[in-house]
Write a protein that binds this ligand. Structure first.
Ligand SMILES: Cc1cc2nc3c(=O)[nH]c(=O)nc-3n(C[C@H](O)[C@H](O)[C@H](O)COP(=O)(O)OP(=O)(O)OC[C@H]3O[C@@H](n4cnc5c(N)ncnc54)[C@H](O)[C@@H]3O)c2cc1C
Length: 466
């Protein structure tokens, strides 16, 4: 029995489904996907995502999950990224034919808003970071690490902050060094394609609420939506099943609890949260992400997406299906729907939605004057206050393993110990790990997870990566 239909629970269901283990998945909401899901916008009637979700080439387990279930056909790899400098200049960022880690050297060189001395500092910083042993505990924040490694103010604000605030959803003074290292090593240094961004071509609801449901139901997974679990039931040494909100009990041989970490204490069997392996979980903090959804009466730029450097708005994505309908002559509608992502959005607390929207539209108009001429037909802000766990220094010591002290109770979720930050990749890894534990308990030592890719030759040689 799996409790929670976010990516962790779904990955556990897929892992067990591929092994022919009958699974029931209980989800309290009316839809699957958890924090990666869609809603229907009442004004436009469109199904929109709670926030743009992207994955990267280094997210190998999420890629495996999508290949296994056929979702990969709905992911588009962006051949280039577009960086908009603080002065509005647009720089294209793509790999050259050189081997990693030099494949992005020219792309960094093309970022005009960085001076030569900033680029030298960044190159040194990346080298030092890659050579830092991944598991060595470091009580410093990444902001302190950057200062200790001679980074210039522009390098910090326009490079390190830009990448990490999007990847880890927090400010540099609240980021663990090993988490920052993971982003840069796996994304930019270790292999040639780790940096490549993939964007879903359909709403998350189509991915997880339609296509994945088909796969799960054809692989022995019973889905029960709008079925909230009150608590996991147990005897002294084993889990017996779950009790639903409303009182009904369901027996289970194994339970995978795949809910957000903030809900775990109330759902665990009495007393378990006080076990030393779990007490520190309650110190895990969260970080917010906001997305601003804008429907203009026309496109404001030809770019499919852009990274906005040195602004409140961090990424913009063009979304919607009007383009393909127009191309097929099926729609005369020229409106254009965009999502602007603001990670680590604490500073927005207390600002009314209209204020946030006005500021974002002003920023867009500074870059693309068409945004000023266009009519804004509709707009809204979606704030996820507990979007992800905060990657604060020492955070990994707070994250429990999937296996609890009760042999037939597993935890899953991006917040469990996976070596990854809070991402779809981390959630899928946790689900696979939990599923492998269940199989092992049944005497089947099966590896569901793909192997982590080995570093390319040159990064292994230069940085001692393995
Ligand atoms: C705004 C935002 C933007 C993001 N952007 C990205 C991105 O671009 N790329 C990326 O990789 N990651 C991104 N993430 C992170 C990613 O969405 C999460 O890491 C991942 O979806 C977490 O999955 P999970 O299964 O661990 O948890 P969740 O998705 O939280 O799933 C837990 C599930 O448990 C259910 N549940 C809770 N209580 C009960 C109960 N009592 N009974 C039954 N069910 C219950 C919940 O309804 C939920 O469906 C973003 C997250 C947010 C919020």
């Amino acid at each position: 029995m799996i409790v929670g239909g976010g990516l962790a629970g779904l990955a556990a269901a897929v892992g067990l489904g591929t092994q022919g283990i009958p699974v029931t998945l209980l989800e309290s909401r009316a839809r699957l996907g958890g924090r990666a899901s869609s809603i229907v916008d009442r004004t436009t009637g469109e199904t929109i995502d709670n926030c743009q979700h992207v994955t990267m080439g280094c997210c190998t387990h999420f890629a495996h999950f999508c290949r296994t279930t056929g979702l990969d056909r709905f992911l588009k790899t962006e051949p280039a990224l577009y960086f908009i400098g603080p002065d509005g200049t647009i720089d294209e960022f793509s790999a050259n034919s050189w081997p990693a880690p030099l494949h992005l050297a020219k792309a960094f060189g093309r970022l005009r808003y960085l001076q030569f001395r900033d680029r030298v500092a960044i190159a040194r910083g990346l080298r030092d970071l890659a050579r830092t042993p991944p598991a060595r505990p470091d009580s410093r924040s990444f902001a302190e690490w950057l200062r200790d490694h001679g980074q210039t103010p522009a390098a910090i604000e326009y490079f390190w902050h830009v990448v990490l605030v999007s990847a880890l959803s927090d400010s540099l003074d609240r980021i663990d060094v090993s988490h920052a290292r993971k982003v840069f090593v796996d994304g930019f240094l270790k292999t040639r394609d780790g940096w490549q961004v993939q964007v879903p071509t359909v709403p998350l609801e189509t991915l997880y609420g339609v296509e994945l449901v088909r796969w799960l139901e054809s692989h022995g997974v019973t889905l029960r939506l709008q079925t909230g679990v009150e608590r996991v039931t147990s005897t002294v040494d084993r889990v017996t099943g779950i009790e639903l909100r409303g009182g009904a009990s369901i027996a289970a041989d194994d339970v995978i609890l795949a809910v957000p970490h903030t809900l775990v204490p109330t759902l665990l069997p009495a007393g378990l949260i006080d076990h030393p392996s779990l007490t520190r979980l309650q110190q895990l903090e969260t970080s917010p992400i906001a997305s601003v959804h804008l429907w203009f009466d026309r496109p404001i730029t030809d770019l499919p997406h852009a990274v906005l450097v040195g602004r409140l708005s961090q990424w913009i994505f063009r979304r919607g299906t009007n383009d393909s309908l127009r191309a097929a002559g099926e729609s005369q509608d020229s409106s254009a729907y965009y999502q602007v992502v603001i990670s680590a959005s604490r500073d927005l607390d207390g600002i009314p939605a209209e204020g946030i929207i006005a500021r974002v539209v002003d920023e867009l108009a500074e870059i693309w004057p068409e945004a000023r001429r266009a009519r804004l037909r509709h707009s809204r802000v979606i704030s996820e206050h507990r979007a992800v766990f905060a990657p604060t220094p020492g955070v990994d010591a707070l994250r429990p393993a999937q296996q609890t002290i009760l042999a037939n109770l597993q935890l899953a979720g991006d917040w469990t110990r996976t070596g990854w930050p809070a991402t779809m990749e981390g959630a899928v890894r946790s689900g696979y790990l939990a599923a492998e534990n269940v199989l092992r308990r049944r005497g089947r030592s099966v590896r569901i997870r793909p192997r982590d890719p080995a570093p390319d030759f040159l990064p292994a040689l230069l940085f001692g990566l393995s």
